[in-house]
Design a protein around this ligand. Sequence first.
Ligand code: HEM
Length: 423
Amino acid sequence: MTESNKEGFLEKKLSRRRMLKLTGAGAAGVAIGASGLGGVLKTFGVPNWLDDNPNVDNKVNFYGKHQAGIATEVQSHVYFASLSVLVDSKAELQQLFKDWTPIAVNLMNGQQIGETKNGYVPPVDTGEAIGVDAKNLSITFGVGPSLFENKKLGLSSLKPKELKDLPHFPKDQLDEEYTGGDLCIQACADDPQVAFHAVRNLVRSAIGKVSVNWTQAGFNSIPVNKEGKRETPRNLFAFKDGTENPHSDKDRNDVVWVQKGESKPWMTDGTYLVVRKIQMHLETWDRTSLKEQEATFGRYRHSGAPLGKKNEFDAVDADRKDENGNYIIPETSHVFLSKQVKSRIMRRAFSYTSGTVGHTGAYDAGLLFISFQKNPQQFIDIQNALGRLDKMNEYITHRGSALFACFPGVKKGSYIGETLFNA
Ligand code: HEM
C-alpha cells in the first residue's frame, strides 16, 4: 500500500468512540454497548467452550488440524468480510477471539448463537438462519499485515516476513473500498443467508471491538452429474474454474499448508489467503467468438479439457505444437502463462454480481478470486507470469485485493488464534 493509500485507509477506520455512537451503544435501556453483547451472550448461556455436534445435518467440523473453509469442498455461497480492529491491546484482541470461538462453533452447528430470555433487550441472535440446518457452513479467520503494524497491539515481532501488502501488478486498478484489512472472516455455506448470518452475528457480537472495512458476497453453481458426483463449477465466462488444483493431502502439504519452519511457528498448519475482487467485463466477453474465448483460456468451454485434449482432467501439455509449429495452447492464454512458473496455488473462487455500473447498464460482476498458498510469493509468481500478456486482461479488471494469514485449526478446548497469542 502506498503512503497516501495507507492514510486514506486509516482515515476510513472508525474510531472506537464513533463506532459506539453509530451503534447506539451507551444510550439508556435497550442498546448494547462495546463489551455489552459479550456480557449478554454469557448471561444468556453461551458457554466458553462448545463441541462440534455430530448429529447435525450438512455439518462441517469446526475443530481440526486446519481451519475449515480451505480444503473443505467448495460451497455454493460465500460472504467475505474484511474488518478493522478497534481494540487497544493484545489482551483485548485475544479475548475477542476467545469470545468468537464458541459463537463460531454454534454457527457451524447450525444453532443460534444464544437464547433470548429477556424481552427487554435485542435478541441475542439476529435470527435469520432459524429453521435451516448447518448448510455446510464453514468460518475461516485470518489476520492482515496492518494488524501487526498497530503498535498498541504489540504483535510486530510475530509478523511473518511474507505477510506484507501484495505488490502493485500491471493493470491493477484497485479501489481502496475493497483493499486490505486487519482481520478477515470468510463464511461459506450452501445458503446465502446462512453465510451472511454468520458474519453478521460475529461482527455484532464484537461491537466496539471491530468495524467492517469491506464485504463481498459470492456464489457458485455446482453441477451434480447423473452418478451424483459434484462437478467443477463454472465462472461467469462459463468456463469450468478450479480444475487444476491441489486435490490430494500430499499436494496440499506441498502447496497450501505451512509446514514447521516454513513461516513463524504460530503459522504451522495455517495458510495465506489472497483475495482479489476481479471485475469481468461480460458485455465484451459476450461479443467474443467461441474460438477466441477458448484461445483466451487454452481450454474448451464445454468439456473444460485443455485444447488438443479430450477430458477436463487431462494433463495440460503447454509445449505441444501443431503441424505448423504453433503452440496448441496459445502462448498468451491464461493456462499457458500460469504454467510458465513452478509455483502452484489452491483456488477457491466465487462469482459475484453487484448490480450495474452507474447508469451504463453494464453489469458490475466478476470473480471473488480466493487462493490459498503456504507463501504469498506463490500467488505473486503466477500473477507476474500472467502480467500484461494474459489474453484475459482484455476482459477483466482487478478492483480489490487483500492478503491474510489464516491461523492453523483450533484444538478442542482451545480458541481461534491461540498459537499467535501464546507465541
Ligand atoms: C476473473 C479472473 C479469472 C478467471 C475468470 C479465471 C479462470 C480460470 C479458468 C477457467 C481456468 C482453467 C480451469 C482451471 O484449471 O481451473 C483457470 C486456471 C488457472 N488460473 Fe485463473 N482465472 C482468473 C484469475 C486468476 C488469477 C488472478 C490467478 C492467479 C494469479 C489465476 C491462476 C490460475 C491458475 C494457477 C490456473 C491453473 C492453470 C493450470 O496449471 O492449468 N487465475 N483460471
